[in-house]
Structures are given as C-alpha cells and as structure tokens.
Write a new protein. Structure first.
Length: 410
C-alpha cells in the first residue's frame, strides 16, 4: 500500500503547526470534558477523592497545580522571552497592536467583573479571573478553521495571548500573595541572582539552571509566593545567546524539549483535575449568582469589547498597522476567541477564593464564558470566510447584464 510522503519545506512545517495546534486544543477539550463528566457521574466520589488524596506534604491536586504548572509557567516564560528578543514582539511596530489589545483585553473584563460582582464578602479578589486568555484553547479553535483564518490572525492571537500571560504572571505575583516568610524570600532572591550571574558568565549548560530552578521553587513555596512564579523567573534567566542560530540557543533547546510534555501532558492533566465541577441542581440558573455571572460576562462581553475596541481605535488613529490579509470581521472573531480563559482563569480562581463554594462558582462562570467565546469566535470566523469566498467568486464571475445578454445573442 502506497503512502503519501511526509510534507517538507515551509508548507509542510505550516501544516504540521496547524495539526499540532488543533491536537493540543482538542486534547485539552477532551480532558476537561472527561473531568466534567466524572464530576457529574456516579464516579464523582472516586474522582474528587483521588484529587484530595495526599502524596507526601501536598494533595494530588496541589501537586498538579503547584509543581506541574510550574513547567507550564516555565514554558510560557521561555516563549515570552524569545518573542520579545527575536520574535514577533521584538519590533516596536509589531508590538503596538497586540500590546494595546492585550491591555484593553484585561482592563475591560476586570472592570466588568467588579461592576457585576460587587465588592462584598471578598468577591473583588476575583477581578483577574476573566482577564486571562487560554492560548492552547484559542489556537486550537483557530487551527480547526484551517485556511479559513489567515496566518496573520494566528500571529495576532498568539501575540495577544503571550502578553496576556505575561500580565497574568505579574498579577499572580503581586496580588495573590499572602503573608511572606522573609528568610525563604531572601533565599529565593539569592538563588535567582545566582542564575542571572550564570547567564552573565555565559553558562550555556541547562542543568545548572534547572537545578537552581528547583531550589527557587522550594524557596518561593516556603516564602508564601505561589511557587509557579519560579517557572517564569527561571525562564528569564535562561540564556538566549546564539538565538539567531536556534540550535545554539539554550532557551530554544529547553523550549523545544519542554513543549510536548506541557502541551500533551501537563495542561490536559490540569484541565482534567480542575474542570470537574458538580453542576448545581438549579442548572444554568446558578449563573445568576454574582461570581459566575461576573466571570461569564467578563470573558464573553468584556474580552471582545476590550480587544476589538483597542484594535479599531489603534487602526483608526494610525497607532498600529493591521494584520495583513485579515478583515475587520475576522479580527472581531479573533477578539471573541480571546474570551476563552480556561487554563489561566481556572488557575487564578483557585488563588482568588478560599471558600470552596466560590471556587466552584468561578469554575461554572469560566466554563460558560469560555464556551460562549469559543462557539461565537468559531462561528464568526467561519461565516467571515464564506463571505470572502462569495465576494471572490462574484468578482471572478460578474453577473451578465441584459444589454450584454442581447449582445451575446447577436
């Protein structure tokens, strides 16, 4: 039986990238759906019992959220650093549009959350939950559209999500930190300083950085700062020297080695463990509660209003250039996809609220707001492509007027 040869060259790499993005998104969706199904089935006691079981000093859920997600933050930090130094965010002209979109895409949802939820009973602590974008989910949806979405739209969406993640890391470090252990904090500072010193001395082996990163994780965990921030700080210390030649860059070596583990193991496991919420007997009526309503409104309405509003204003004033080949409707569809806040929103919700009931309400709002944004963005981009096809077909085959018909008859 003959098999088609593997695609090579630029086209082959592009197809592989689309397939990878779609696979990541679909795997995360399947993992989240499995967790949600188990939480609402007869196996719910087993599911929740497993996550609450202790393994040493922490529960299984805490190991996933505190240790494994540090690898996620390490990968995010590596991607951010590479993009800022040599990637699509390295040039001021290319940064303007995603920076404006990401900033407004965080401020507007946060403001809407506070407006809907109010400030009573510690509810204001959840303001950052609808401000985050899930890059895996959003790019997965975009990849499912294939050629219906121009490549520039993926670049724009990725840039916005990366800047979004950078801001989210800063918010977690600055806002969701309680009482500090200053001895452990001093040890964390010394460790991070040693990592930066290794960078300055041109140490290019990864093992010293990873060993120091493990010590940094322990120190930050004891200091009272969420330990996942150690992943982002470790990424900041990894050298990017030789980045023009990717094979010589320690940062890219680590990024390429870490990416499949995070995409196909860490993030789906996190989704499986955190998406499992037992739906209340009242059904969707539970969305009327302040927390889920505020989060759903922030993700679905706030994100699209902030991102698309910033895009339109930036283009109208000449502050930034539009993505090539992307129409206004397609940019609106991408703005809707920015409302998929799944992974980072779930992560922040566990930090924002101590009461389990509020965490469960937050998860309900995240699931509903993210689902509405995903379906809305997919529908808009699908219909926008069909309209473009119809316009191209009309231009290629214009209707024949009555006068032309008579001329043809003669």
């Amino acid at each position: 039986m003959l098999t088609a040869p593997a695609p090579t060259g630029l086209l082959g790499r592009a197809r592989n990238a689309v397939a990878a993005d779609a696979g990541r998104g679909l795997l995360l969706m399947a993992a989240a759906a499995a967790g949600l199904a188990l939480a609402n089935s007869a196996a719910a006691p087993l599911y929740f019992g497993l996550l609450a079981a202790r393994a040493g000093p922490l529960t299984i859920l805490h190991w996933i959220n505190d240790l494994l997600m540090s690898l996620f933050f390490l990968l995010v930090g590596l991607e951010i650093k590479r993009e800022l130094l040599v990637g699509r965010l390295s040039r001021p002209a290319e940064r303007r549009l995603p920076v404006a979109a990401a900033a407004a895409g965080m401020l507007v949802p946060a403001g809407l959350y506070l407006r809907v939820a109010g400030s009573g009973e510690g509810l204001a602590r959840g303001w950052a939950i609808p401000a985050a974008t899930d890059i895996a989910f959003a790019l997965g949806i975009l990849a499912l559209l294939g050629r219906r979405a121009p490549p520039s739209l993926k670049l724009f969406l990725t840039s916005v999500a990366i800047l979004d993640d950078l801001a989210a890391v800063a918010v977690i470090a600055a806002v969701y930190t309680e009482a500090l252990n200053f001895v452990a904090l001093a040890l964390a500072a010394l460790t991070f300083g040693a990592m930066l010193a290794m960078n300055r001395r041109s140490v290019t082996r990864l093992s010293p950085y990873l060993a120091a990163g493990g010590l940094l994780w322990l120190a930050m965990h004891e200091a009272g700062i969420h330990a996942t921030i150690a992943g982002a700080l470790t990424a900041a210390a990894i050298p990017m020297r030789g980045a023009r030649s990717s094979a010589a860059s320690p940062l890219e070596r680590l990024e390429h080695g870490l990416d499949p583990w995070v995409a196909f193991a860490v993030v789906p496991l996190f989704g499986f463990a955190n998406a499992g919420i037992a739906f209340p007997a009242s059904g969707l009526a539970a969305l009327a509660a302040p927390v889920p309503a505020a989060i759903a409104v922030g993700l679905f309405l706030g994100k699209q209003a902030g991102v698309f509003g910033a895009v339109r204003l930036s283009l109208a004033t000449g502050f930034a250039r539009p993505p090539s080949g992307a129409s206004a409707v397609q940019l609106y569809g991408a703005s809707l996809l920015c409302g998929i806040g799944f992974t980072m929103s779930l992560f922040i919700s566990a930090l924002a609220f101590e009461a389990p009931a509020l965490v469960e309400q937050a998860k309900l709002g995240i699931l509903c707001g993210s689902a509405a944004s995903a379906l809305g963005g997919f529908a808009v981009l699908w219909l926008a492509h069909r309209r473009c096809d119809a316009a191209v077909a009309s231009a290629a085959h214009p209707p024949i007027s009555r006068a032309n018909e008579q001329g043809l008859e003669r």
